[in-house]
Design a protein around this ligand. Structure first.
Ligand code: FA5
Length: 339
């Protein structure tokens, strides 16, 4: 019978459409189309009024059944849309996106740059791979000189038998190139990674940070050196710091000095950190050796200069109470997030 086929077709069609419905608007359109006052189903009773009782019974049963199932499809689609809406909650503030931060080392670089700019130094950059001349020869450390043993060196394999290159063992290697490049008078610092072929422990790494500074002019002298380094340590540690200069040996300075700062932990009363001495050794320094000035092509009778250099990691460790240098260069987030 045609009516039966029509009903089945309508159901089939409705079933497909209700499955694809995406939002309230589409659902309402379907409701009007299949269940609304002007829909085929609403109009259906008038179509069967001329049928026999037997036929009416058969068709009527199917009609009731299909109407119920389409109402059911409508309800299901409505619930589904509601669930989707709940899933996409426009009021939900969302997951917080974790923000990165500057590593303590980068923060320290910024701080030391700011301090030295304030004191009147330029900040320069220098290569991490340097020539043997830059790292040693220019600095009065000739080949086979026992002083070279002070720095355990990581050499770059020399393939062409030309000038030898290495991972810089100290930032002092910038001295001659920078004087040659900028000329005198000059005040500059450089900082960054240096590398040594060394076993690591809590206070030694094979890759660590140094900062070197030089001042060359007609009257740069030890009093200036003392002022500049003391001022730096005070600003770095944010407190009054006393310093002590002792004789020390470095081939590129004459006289050569070791700089100690008054222990920041015990105010020089004597503690474990300063080994009861009241002082902590933090830097090497001195007046730039005439050999170095000559290497840079400077008239050493007219110009003189001072130089200083220290291990930045050790300063960071002192300032923040870090007891293992290796954690500074690790990427352990538990550490990084503390600063
Ligand atoms: C030098 O490297 C000299 N260039 C410093 C200098 C500059 C002297 C200018 C005179 C004039 P030294 O080898 O002592 O010196 O190293 C300087 C600092 O680097 C040390 O005081 C220490 O703080 C740090 N240091 C040395 N070896 C290590 C290491 N393996 N791990 C971490 N820090 C280190």
């Amino acid at each position: 019978m045609r009516l039966i086929e029509d009903l089945k077709k309508i159901f089939q069609e409705a079933e497909n459409k209700f499955q694809d419905v995406k939002n309230d608007k589409e659902l309402e359109e379907l409701r009007i189309k299949y269940l609304g006052r002007k829909s085929y189903l609403a109009n259906f009773p008038s179509l069967i009024k001329n049928l026999s009782l037997e036929e009416k019974k058969e068709v009527g049963k199917l009609y009731n059944d299909i109407k119920k199932r389409i109402e059911e499809l409508y309800k299901q689609a409505k619930n589904l849309i509601k669930e989707e809406e709940i899933k996409f909650d426009f009021d939900d503030p969302g997951e917080e996106i974790e923000q990165g931060r500057k590593h303590l080392i980068s923060q320290t670089f910024e701080k030391v740059s700011k301090i030295f700019l304030e004191i009147g130094f330029s900040i320069v950059d220098f290569n991490q791979i340097v020539s043997e001349k830059e790292n040693f020869d220019y600095l009065n450390i000739p080949v086979n000189h026992p002083a070279r043993d002070l720095w355990d060196t990581l050499w770059i394999k020399n393939i062409k038998n030309e000038e030898r290159y290495l991972f810089r063992t100290h930032t002092s290697c910038f001295q001659v190139p920078i004087i040659k490049k900028i000329g005198v008078p000059l005040r500059a610092i450089v900082y960054g990674k240096v590398f040594r072929y060394e076993a690591t422990d809590r206070t030694h790494d094979f890759e660590f940070l140094q900062l070197d500074g030089i001042s060359v002019s007609e009257d740069s002298n030890l009093a200036h050196l003392k002022y500049v380094t003391r001022r730096f340590f005070q600003l770095f540690f944010d407190k009054e710091i006393s310093i002590r200069l002792r004789p020390g040996y470095f081939p590129f300075v004459e006289p050569g000095l070791e700089i100690d700062i008054g222990c920041i932990f015990c105010n020089q009363k004597g503690c474990q950190v300063c080994k009861k001495s009241g002082f902590i050794e933090v830097a090497g320094a001195g007046m730039i050796h005439s050999f170095v000035l000559k290497s840079a092509g400077i008239d050493f009778k007219k110009y003189q200069g001072y130089a200083f250099g220290f291990g930045l990691d050790r300063l960071i460790m002192l300032k923040h109470g870090i007891n293992d240098i290796r954690i500074l260069h690790s990427s352990d987030l538990r550490f990084i997030k503390q600063f």
